[in-house]
Write a protein that binds this ligand. Structure first.
Ligand code: COA
Length: 168
């Protein structure tokens, strides 16, 4: 398996992988919308290839954390692995690769809404521990954050997702 940044020729297969993994087109559309917005971080849209075929994709993009000031933080979404390639470590490898890049970029914190059983193994913890709240009702254990090396205490408040996320 090889992990690398997405390039333009990957866009169609990335949409296919997202649609197959989620069983709907909403996440594929989300990826496209973010790509065309100022929230897009080119080096943090990653694909996983097996024998030169893209079978997984992860997107990290900027979202707002609104407290005393509004800070840009990183949101992890969506993550998709082709159904025939799940449970082989590909999703985990994409998360680890993305977290390393975010850390190297001196980003402070990564936010995810997902399964605690899966994400806690990468160091994600319930956001309430860091006084970070969701802007919509969600169980505490599924709204998680991973502080990176550049984390500082000022990173607290309410997470506001761009309108592109309204469709998922
Ligand atoms: C979730 C997903 C990205 C994981 O990718 P993967 O390559 O299968 O993951 P890995 O092989 O690295 O890790 C397997 C782990 O995935 C987790 N997992 C996979 N699907 C899951 C699901 N539907 N619910 C909860 N956990 C799930 C399990 O915790 C499993 O852990 P285990 O090792 O204890 O069995 C993949 O299953 C997928 O694309 N699912 C559909 C889309 C989706 O739900 N995306 C995540 C949104 S938060």
């Amino acid at each position: 398996m090889n992990i690398r940044c997405e390039t333009l020729p990957d866009y169609i297969v990335i949409a296919e992988v997202n649609t197959l993994a989620f069983g709907q087109e909403n996440e594929a559309k989300l990826v496209q919308e973010i790509r065309h917005s100022d929230r897009y971080i080119p080096e943090l849209s990653l694909v996983a290839e097996v024998e030169n075929v893209v079978v997984g994709h992860i997107l990290f993009s900027y979202i707002d954390l609104v407290g005393e000031e509004t800070l840009q933080v990183i949101g992890l979404a969506p993550l998709a692995v082709h159904p025939q390639f799940q449970k082989q470590g590909i999703g985990s490898a994409l998360i680890k690769a993305g977290l390393e890049i975010a850390d190297a970029k001196r980003e402070a914190i990564v936010i995810v809404l997902g399964h605690p059983h899966f994400y806690t193994r990468f160091g994600f913890q319930p956001s309430v521990i860091y006084e970070i709240k969701s802007s919509f009702p969600v169980p505490e254990d599924v709204f998680m954050v991973k502080p990176l090396q550049n984390y500082q205490k000022k990173y607290k408040g309410k997470v506001i997702y761009p309108a592109a996320f309204d469709g998922v």
